[in-house]
Design a protein around this ligand. Sequence first.
Ligand SMILES: C=C1C[C@]23C[C@H]1CC[C@H]2[C@@]12CCC[C@@](C)(C(=O)O1)[C@H]2[C@@H]3C(=O)O
Ligand SMILES: O=C(O)CCC(=O)C(=O)O
Ligand SMILES: [Fe+2]
Length: 332
Amino acid sequence: MVLVPKPALQQFSFIRNIKPTTFFSGIPLIDLSKPDSKHLLVKACEEFGFFKVVNHGVPLEFISKLESEAVKFFSLPLSEKEKASPPNPFGYGKKSIGQNGDVGWVEYLLLTTNQESISQRLSSVFGDNPEKFRRALNDYVSAVKKMACEILEMMADGLKLQQRNVFSKLLMDEQSDSVFRLNHYPPCPEIQALKDHNIIGFGEHTDPQIISVLRSNNTSGLQISLNDGSWISVPPDPSSFFINVGDSLQVMTNGRFKSVRHRVLANSIKARVSMIYFGGPPLKEKIAPLPSLMEGEESLYREFTWFEYKRSAYSSRLADNRLVLFERITAS
Ligand SMILES: C=C1C[C@]23C[C@H]1CC[C@H]2[C@@]12CCC[C@@](C)(C(=O)O1)[C@H]2[C@@H]3C(=O)O
Ligand SMILES: O=C(O)CCC(=O)C(=O)O
Ligand SMILES: [Fe+2]
């Protein structure tokens, strides 16, 4: 075995000294078939910015069809996958995340949920049966978007907002700037030799949009950060969905809901395959705290459009706190 001094290991940006974590059993569980869940949902968004949903209504067939198309795509030779490269911002990417030097033990396919652009720019990734991939993608994305809107409406109810669709209308808008991502984290056998070190699959970050809906196969790796800065591992559950509050929802609730910091660690034996729908508003949409949530409070943020926030996010590093640039400096 080659002995590498520990500080030297940290020079590889994939490798991090990470305390062993145990699976956390306290992740809020929301049953979408129960109307009363709206209160739990609000609590989960305030405490964690993260929860798991069951009885979600998304047909399991849609999930398994898209997963098998994803597995098929990722098993293509690199030269085939690279026909859809680089991800600028949509397309196939490997190791490199974003444009500013972030790397991870991951390959992915980033897609817009706007169908025309999928078919134009990325037709090469759909293989010998493009219709099958496209149908699987459309079925899955439509069902998950519908569920995301139901969740956002339950949140609005739970917050006692008059307009139930105040959040969901942003995703329903024809111009909604939503993104879809398939991630593949190949097994990384070298981890076993690293003892207390780990390989980062996807570095820590918050999602800039309103809400993200994540589903993965039965491989662990996802971690979320708690308010005290500690990291906990999320037990995988392929038949449920995990929901992240994004930065934009944190702003619209004037900081009441927290956008959750999360990351993915690579696994030494099993591949992880995940699919994530990122629900974002139209580019021209003004993102600001809802007046009815501010009674007596001042806005913590200056007003900005999703276009401005997205532009700023895309010029940041993955781990940056992207919202600080938009915080209002209040005299105290
Ligand atoms: C360093 C990066 C990489 C970013 C942009 C920027 C900051 C945050 C990343 C994400 C996180 C959520 C999905 C995504 C599609 C998004 O909108 O923001 C990602 C994007 C990318 O993976 O390209
Ligand atoms: O792949 C995962 O499980 C999470 C990845 C993620 O957080 C992202 O793509 O924004
Ligand atoms: Fe994320």
